[in-house]
Unconditional design. Structure first.
Length: 264
């Protein structure tokens, strides 16, 4: 997708009718803009240099870790403020997601992010260490964590974008995510649906299990969507990772609208 700048607005070059007012912060780089294109190419070149089996992109893994750490993390998260999604809430060395203003209203309304501090990041690191061998076995290679977020999805958000079938198409193609559920995932209390195969052969799977259940998959390749909870908020830890020459587990939170580092 090509995009261009028009006097303080970003327009999608392919859909001029959908031109929307989009304020530019000159220091931040948004996915899908002209400045983003070389970043995206650099990332794909970098990841192509790591020996990874392309077939892994078409599979997913559902597993779980013992509930002790996820419960400890949720307790700790509940003691810190929740923050709303904000378009400019992104570290300067990260790429910001480009979300239309109508969609941003829904993000603000239905997602409550936890504003991680060191104490919570230390627990996230322990959780990642529990997941390490599962991730390495699944990828067949080492990995590094490039971003983490935790948030609650509020009940009733059926028409919210991430709850419609989509791919996370603006991440580099070998980006993987772990959704680790801090409340038990199921169709009533909120979960994720992931699709494998194509069209009439597509298979649909929903994640179900106790606290500590996780979904590990490539969100760029596999279609997926959230199922919002019916009554209580669904809490989730999102871990974004890429294959790497050496495993590095140093989770950082880079803002409610951050995706991946500018530089690989
Ligand atoms: Fe997604």
């Amino acid at each position: 997708m090509s995009s261009f700048f028009t006097g303080g607005h970003v327009s999608d070059g392919e859909n001029p009718d959908e031109t929307e007012s989009f304020e530019i912060n000159k220091d931040l780089i948004f996915c899908g803009t002209e400045r983003f294109e070389s970043i995206y190419d650099n990332w794909n070149d970098h990841l192509a240099s790591i020996d990874i089996d392309d077939d892994v992109r078409q599979t997913f893994k559902i597993g779980n870790i013992p509930e002790k750490l996820p419960i400890q993390l949720l307790d700790s998260l509940k003691s810190i403020p929740r923050v709303d999604y904000a378009k400019f809430d992104c570290s300067l060395d990260y790429v910001a997601s480009r979300i239309k203003s109508t969609e941003a209203v829904l993000w603000t309304r239905f997602l409550k992010f936890f504003d991680f501090k060191e104490e919570q990041l230390a627990l996230v690191k322990l959780i990642c260490e529990e997941l390490q061998s599962d991730i390495e076995n699944y990828l067949g290679t080492s990995f590094r964590i490039i971003n983490v977020k935790a948030f609650e999805t509020l009940p009733g958000s059926y028409h919210f974008g991430v709850n419609k079938v989509h791919r996370d198409s603006l991440y580099p193609k070998h980006t993987y995510k772990v959704f680790l559920y801090l409340t038990p995932p199921n169709l009533q209390d909120g979960t994720t649906i992931v699709y494998t195969g194509v069209r009439e052969h597509a298979e649909k799977t929903h994640v179900e299990g106790p606290i500590g259940t996780y979904l590990l998959f490539n969100p760029v390749r596999l279609r997926h969507h959230g199922i919002p909870p019916e009554i209580k908020p669904r809490a989730m830890l999102e871990i974004i990772l890429v294959p790497s020459h050496k495993t590095e587990i140093n989770p950082t939170f880079n803002g409610t609208n951050s995706t991946h580092p500018v530089s690989p």
